[in-house]
Design a protein around this ligand. Sequence first.
Ligand code: GLN
Length: 542
Amino acid sequence: MHRKFLFIVGGVMSGVGKGTSAAALGLTLKAKGYRVTAIKVDPYVNVDAGTMNPVEHGEVFVTKDGDETDQDIGTYERFLGVDIGKANYMTTGRVYRSVIERERNLEYGGKCVEVVPHVPEEVITRIKTAAEEADAEITLVEVGGTVGEYQNLLFLEAARMMHVDTPDDVGFALVSYLPVPPSIGEMKTKPTQYAVRTLNGTGIQPDFVICRSTLELDQPRKEKISRFCSVAWNHVISAPDAKSIYHIPELFEQQQLAELVLKHFGLSPRQNDLSEWRAFTNKITEAKTSVKIGVIGKYFSTGKFVLSDAYLSVLEAIKHAAAYQGVKPEIHWLNAETYEEKPEQVSELSAYDGILIPGGFGSRGIEGKIKAIQYVREQQIPYFGLCYGMQCVVIEYARNVLGWSDAHTQEIDAQTAHPVIHLMEGQETVIRDKTYGGTMRLGEYACAVTPGTVAHTAYGAERVMERHRHRYEFNNAYWAELESAGLVVSGVNPEKNLVEMVEIQNHPFFIGVQFHPEFLSRPLRPHPLFMKFLEVAAKRHR
Ligand code: GLN
């Protein structure tokens, strides 16, 4: 079998939606009966995304096999409906590390190891391995960054080399941005023309240009890009801002993008079935009542701008469940630090139908989160805590119900007399030796769900698998006292007896989970806990 590879590169600026375009195209190719996988190449020297601040880089997505990756891997999983593993993610750091390790092991047979060709060759090997592991007929390879940067040159060089070796099996799509400056009122194609020239300078000619913009691309501009960039006019795809990213596959279908990609590779559709997907997007369109959800976090602001990328999967998980509950989520970002500066402001939370506290690290904002949790617990406001959001539940309960005012997580206060959240076994050496990268409890683990709990009703299962990313955990020394004070342990890891879920009774919904359920939620398979949370929030709204 000749596996096919479509490289997706970005032009003009970052953040235009290469990942979503790749994922949406992947879905439509899959709907035509092909086995598809997607790879993300990140130009960073970081070995993985786990050591990057989410404000700078967006969410750290955790794979089933425990890799800490770019958020685009999450987008691929959601659109393609498959689990994507480590092999599908690489960074400059990861690539260089294996080249250097191989050199140390004498695997280059005494040769002088060079940036070119050895680094691009390592990239090619990784791309092919990922395609083979997924047994993909078509592999989409998204190259991070923008053409013209120094950073991603070696990856473009790898793509060029693959194209030279097997021209019929390798194609290129440029995802570009077409501004519509308000002062001019017209969509401008010039930056895209420059981006194509820059790409040409690396020896690559795009076969497709996907034109992101606020507006639809019209025929004259399609033709202009076609003529100036040497791309067939019907390969110039209009990709205006959509109502929801989940409508993009349908937008591509209208322009027959997947069919054209197949044709480019000498293939033709085997079937055409987007019906399940369309049923989901119809649900989004049909939902009318809005439900107001507050997400309390701290990774939002950069300068004067507010970003939500740090919590991308949380946002998507809420959207999926909301669509199935027939409601439109209105999500508000609430800064945890506000409740530290002005504790009385927690009363604003009563205007929400549900409050969620996602994962987090460090001391900034934690006291604000704990104050908010006390408020929603006492005021019967639906609450869902993820990871740090669960750990804060335990701290709050210990402080305000058991009266241990110094109760804390050892992450913040290593000396507390009540470390209700403590460092996991085996993590001491990590802290001592500062071997932080990739050493948290990562990836998928089992959780036994306690019968009779709200969690059990939501899951409808005794045993579930969920993804983790943490170094601290519930301290079992306090289990009995916390339970007798009313904090119900609703999920436990059977191998290590770790508390994975807690909840309280006599409350509409108050659950904290040590794992990250958001990573498993998909448009066609909303997560049971998010479903329950949205169901209860919708009820409160009514
Ligand atoms: N900081 C906490 C820990 O390391 C929680 C991590 C998270 O929320 N992902 O255990």
